[in-house]
Design a protein around this ligand. Structure first.
Ligand code: GLU
Length: 466
């Protein structure tokens, strides 16, 4: 049997981290089992679905590297097939037309509530032929007795009595199919073997199983993934900050770091925290997914991101940093290779936004000095220190980190100053700030021209302080 999983988002917003985690679990399971992963866009809600959201889903999947083997399929292209199945259910006597009005349904519900019964459709139209009524909806004839047993791969056995389930509407009065119908038709037609999805769908599962049974279809395995909570214990939502996947890109996260974070959110393998993609594929298992909800922890995500920034191939980090530099409108033409920036900055950067922001001065002149750093380091006499350094630097025929470093040491010794009293004014002069990579690295990355010009400017600035 070929394992097939799917991710089936409704395109009514961006791809959020909850969806991304479900997609990741489905993707990992398919990869690990040598199976196939399908992307299916559930766009039958014409009013709420937008092309923009479809594009946002593609963008998110693409950024995360969650490639699909089949699809993207669009449910709006399957309307004929849904009609066919609805007709089949009608012909078999497993579905019927219903003309109950909203008022009637409300009355039934009120009565049931008053009798302390669970509100459900009472099956009034079951035995009447309303097929010629244009206003009629179509309901699935749910089995009246017995129970549905779901052997959920995460939650374990879930048993629901059929008397708890009412006759679900499978087609609206305009003939359009509803979610529970479309999802089972596609899962069946596409040969989905494992339905891995959010546990907000757990209540739909017994209904879907009943329809699949009526169609004599092979049932898929189900795995319902518990939800993600914000730090306050409420379901993760916009008010907890970023929830859209692309927001994490914008905030300077590496996709691998987010994936690593997401795989650990509700799944564990011993106490291992860092997993390469290969390890995730090898080790992931549905059995070890937590049964209870998980809490999103931004600090931990930041920690992971820093680990990835420090340990990933600098070329890879540079590729992502390039996007941020462009986003911050930094022209990279007149400056060092980004890969060298990554090597110089990765220890001190938790995000790529931080790394990019702290690297502008390698490519363009800064407008002003950081006030605190300038106050502390530009003192009377600092101009002389800078002048002496500059004289020596100018004599170098090769702009070399080691030689620059030696000059700084020698100058400090000659002037009988602590190293910091020489290196710090120099750092502020060339970077505008009090922190930068090691001074010799900073100077070699900046190059001769920018370094000397900025030193000259700083000397004038300090002189001007009077
Ligand atoms: N389209 C549904 C949603 O976005 C998912 C359906 C499913 O996974 O069965 O919630």
């Amino acid at each position: 049997m070929t394992i097939k999983t799917r991710f089936a988002p409704s395109p009514t917003g961006y791809l959020h981290v909850g969806g991304a985690r479900t997609a990741l679990f489905s993707w990992l399971y398919a990869k690990q089992q040598g199976g196939q992963f399908i992307l299916r866009i559930e766009d039958t809600d014409l009013e709420r679905s937008t092309q923009e959201s479809v594009d946002a889903i593609f963008e998110g999947m693409n950024w995360l590297g969650l490639t699909y083997d089949e699809g993207p399929f669009y449910q709006t292209q399957h309307f004929d097939r849904y009609k066919e199945i609805i007709q089949q259910l009608l012909d078999q006597g497993d579905a019927y037309y219903c003309t109950c009005t909203r008022e009637e349904l409300d009355t039934i519900r009120e009565q049931q509530k008053a009798n302390k019964e669970k509100p459900r459709y009472n099956g009034k139209c079951r035995s009447v032929d309303h097929s010629s009524d244009l206003e009629a909806v179509i309901r699935f004839k749910n089995p009246e007795g017995g129970e549905v047993v779901i052997s959920d791969l995460i939650k374990g056995e879930i048993i629901v009595a059929n008397k708890e389930l009412d006759d679900l509407i499978i087609a609206r009065s305009d003939g359009s199919p509803t979610y529970n119908l479309t999802v089972i038709v596609d899962d069946m037609d596409m040969g989905v073997t494992h339905v891995i999805r959010g546990d907000d769908h757990v209540n739909n599962t017994p209904r879907q199983i009943n329809i699949l049974n009526a169609l004599n279809a092979t049932l898929p395995y189900y795995a319902h993934v518990p939800m993600i909570l914000g730090s306050d214990g409420a379901r993760l939502s916009k008010r907890h900050g970023a929830v859209g996947v692309m927001q994490y890109r914008d905030d300077g996260f590496l996709p691998e770091a987010l994936l690593n974070y997401l795989v650990r959110l509700g799944w564990s393998h011993g106490d291992q925290e860092i997993f390469s993609m290969d390890e995730m594929v090898e080790l992931f298992d549905l059995k070890s997914v937590n049964v209870s909800a998980s809490t999103f922890n931004t600090e931990k995500l930041l920690w992971l991101n820093h680990q990835y920034i420090m340990n990933a191939e600098p070329e890879h980090v540079a590729k992502h940093l390039k996007w941020h530099m462009a986003n911050q409108e930094i022209n990279l033409e007149n400056g060092p290779e980004l890969v060298d920036i990554v090597k110089a900055q990765r220890e001190r950067s938790k995000t790529l936004v931080e790394m990019a922001s702290a690297s502008h001065y390698f490519y363009q002149d800064f407008e002003e000095y950081d006030a605190k750093a300038a106050k502390k380091n530009f003192k009377q006499g600092s101009d002389d220190v800078l002048q002496q350094l500059m004289d020596e630097f100018s004599l170098l025929d090769v702009w070399d980190g080691e030689k620059l470093h030696q000059i700084i040491l020698d100058t400090a010794e000659k002037l009988e100053l602590k190293l910091g009293k020489v290196a710090q004014p120099l750092r502020v002069a060339v970077s505008g700030a009090g922190v930068s990579p090691a001074i010799d690295i900073t100077l070699s990355l900046l190059g001769r021209e920018k370094t000397l010009a900025r030193m000259l400017k700083a000397i004038e600035h300090i002189k001007g302080l009077g």
